[in-house]
Structure formats: C-alpha cells, structure tokens
Design a protein around this ligand. Sequence first.
Ligand SMILES: Cc1cc2nc3c(=O)[nH]c(=O)nc-3n(C[C@H](O)[C@H](O)[C@H](O)COP(=O)(O)OP(=O)(O)OC[C@H]3O[C@@H](n4cnc5c(N)ncnc54)[C@H](O)[C@@H]3O)c2cc1C
Length: 396
Amino acid sequence: MSLPQPSTVVTMPAVRVADLAVVGLGAFGAAVAYHAAALGLDVVGFDRHRPPHEFGSSHAETRVTRLAVGEGAHYVPFVQRSHELWREIGAATDTVLLHDYGGLIIAPAGVSDDDRWGNFVEDTAVVASGAGIEFEQLTAADARSRFPNVLVGDDEIVGREPTAGIVMAEKVVAAQLDLATAAGAELRFGSTVSGLSRSKGRPVVRTSDGDVAARHVVIAAGAWAPTFHDVDQLCVTRQVVFWFEADDLETWRPDQLSFVIWARKSIDEYLGAFGAPWGGIPAVKVLGEQFVETTTPDAVDRTVSPGEIAAFYERMVKPRLAGLTPNCVKASVCLYTNTTDDHFLIDSHPEHLDVTVVSACSGHGFKHSAAIGEALARRAAGQDHLDLSPFDRSRF
Ligand SMILES: Cc1cc2nc3c(=O)[nH]c(=O)nc-3n(C[C@H](O)[C@H](O)[C@H](O)COP(=O)(O)OP(=O)(O)OC[C@H]3O[C@@H](n4cnc5c(N)ncnc54)[C@H](O)[C@@H]3O)c2cc1C
C-alpha cells in the first residue's frame, strides 16, 4: 500500500502592505514621502530613476518662486508655506535652498487677450495687494537704469516683488529624499511602476521587483503621468534651458536680480532669465516656452542642436538681454506637463478613490511643491491640511 505523499506547499512571497505608496520621487513625490514619513506613516516610494535626474521636470539647478502668484490668489498659501518649509529643510540639511533676493516681471502695457500670460503684471499686483505682499511697479526707464542688463521696451510695464527669488530645485529634491529616508521611508530607486491593481480592497502598486499594497497611493509621475491617468487632460511638451556666457558675470549677481520673466503678448515670446552663478555653471540660464510640439518622456529629442541654440539667441536673447554672448556653455531638455487650463490637477485617480494623482506642473509648479507634498501627506495621515479643492478634476 502506498502512503499518501505530502502535498507540495508553494510559498507565495508576502506582499508588503504599507500605509502609503508614492509613485515618482521628483519634486512632489519626494515632498509627500518626506512629510508622510515624518508624520509616522509607513511609506514606500518608487522611482524609475534616482532623483534628482535630468529626464523629467525638476532639473536645471534652479526655479523661480514668487509669493505674489499672478496665476491666481488660491496658490498663495502654498508658495508661502513652501518658503517656510525650504527654510526648515535647509536648516535640517545644512543647505541654503531659498534665495529670496527679489525678481522682476515684465509684460506689455495695455490689455492682452492671451490666456496664459495676459496682463501678468496687473494680475500679480492684484494678488499681491489682496495678500499683503510687497510689490512695486516700475517705469521702463526706472527698470533700465536699475537693471541695465534687462532691455525693457518703452511699451512694457515692470513689476518687482522683493520677496520673490530662486529655489535650488535639485537640492530641494535631494534634501527631501534624504530626510524621508532618515524618517524611515523605504525608497526604491530604479524601480518602475508598471500599473495598479487591487487586492483585499486595497490598491496595489505593481513593479518589476514585486508588488506593494498600500492603504493609500499617491501618483506623482510628472511627465509620465499620462501613462497612469487623465491622458486627455495632460499634454507633455519639450522645453529647452540654455546657459549663455556673459561678458561680465559680476553684472548678473543673483543678489542684485534673481530672475526676470518676460510675459509677452504671444506665448512663444515668453522669456525667463536668471541671475548667475548659482553654483556649478558660470553662465546665465535663459529659457523660453513652446506648446506646439507635444511629446513623451521616451520619444522626446534630448539633444539641442547648434542651429536651435543660434536661433534662440538671435530671436529671444539678443533683443532683450544685454551682455550675453552667443556662446552656449550648456543646454538641457526639460518637460512640461500642462493641463488644458494650465492649472494643477490633484484629485483621486479616475478608477481608484484611494489613489491620489498629482500633476502640478504647467510650467509653474515647483514653487508650491513642498507645501502640496505636505498637504497630501497630512491628508493621508487623516490630519488637517491646506485646501486642495481648487485643483479638483471637476472643473474640466
Ligand atoms: C524648463 C522648466 C522650467 C520651469 N520653471 C519653473 C519655475 O521657474 N518655477 C516653478 O515654480 N516651476 C517651474 N517649472 C515647473 C516645475 O519644475 C514642475 O512643476 C515640477 O518640477 C514637477 O515635479 P514633478 O514631481 O511633477 O515631476 P518630476 O520631478 O519630473 O518627477 C516625476 C518622477 O516620477 C518618476 N516616474 C515616472 N513614472 C514612473 C514610474 N512608472 N515608476 C516609477 N517612477 C516613475 C520619474 O522618474 C520622476 O523622477 C518648470 C519646469 C520646467 C520643465
């Protein structure tokens, strides 16, 4: 008589169950992971690369930050809180992350019908006055005499916010990730999330190195967001950042002028220029905007040709900025992810109520990232947080 054979027991790898899973650890994901871990949540974060890196939307050293946010008064509490947080994070990591030396915005005099940048100086002045933020308006002649490198036209108006400035974007991402790890978050770099599923009523993040279930998931995938959600609402575009050599770099000292933004009648005439240097690159960072060529992070052309550099210099730089040579010492491709109304999208995933998506770029998101990350972390922890409802999907 043969004895019964023991049945083979197959042990399935246990699925890790976290309080919060964060997909994407750039500006927003790093902020969420840090604050959630600091609040005591069990956090797992994933990034296909190791941020800060040059493939998404948060590189090229610096970002403009303005407390008087001409894009809308509802943004002001977020940037104000971000400034506080960058000071705190800077102190905790022994880094200066925020340089609020003041900045200039320039727009055509008279009424514009451009949705994105129309009447930017007046809009900013209204927000500043409503929020008690210092903001001065200068004549073109005053601006030219105070800031000789900025070739303001007589048909333009100028605003200066003394509390505006520059945030060291890559350092902010790195500092938040360091603090997240120190607070106990498990961060998995080089780990690509391939999708979401559900198990036992919870969302599950699927990755090449195993699945992780969580009570709540935040997707902060930047320019990769359309692979997860809202493909019809999000548009990814290629943007180029250039660093041009200056005749005399001393005249671009950031403590004199951190940045100038030119909001022109037509979108493709937008120009941003930064004081210099901020660290590694001894040249002046300049960038425009374009919304004609859409792309994806995989398909985008990351090379910048000599012809593209020369055309940008002739059309955009030479007429508006004095003392810059055509010698471009570095150029870098960066990605914008815009919603259809150029504001942010922060809401539940269309198919999962316990998954929050945050697509907060539209070319102006960094300045709010620390505070939005904190708000999302506090929401996941069931705590009071800044009101995120202006960014709901219902407005579309
Ligand atoms: C040229 C340029 C200039 C800008 N200027 C300003 C400015 O002056 N002021 C301002 O406030 N804002 C500015 N912005 C906007 C601001 O930089 C963005 O709002 C912000 O960086 C977006 O951060 P993010 O976290 O959404 O994206 P990212 O920082 O790109 O992070 C997304 C992360 O998700 C990861 N990821 C994606 N898919 C997956 C996946 N499947 N699995 C795992 N990981 C994944 C990526 O690797 C990436 O690290 C600018 C943007 C650009 C491009």
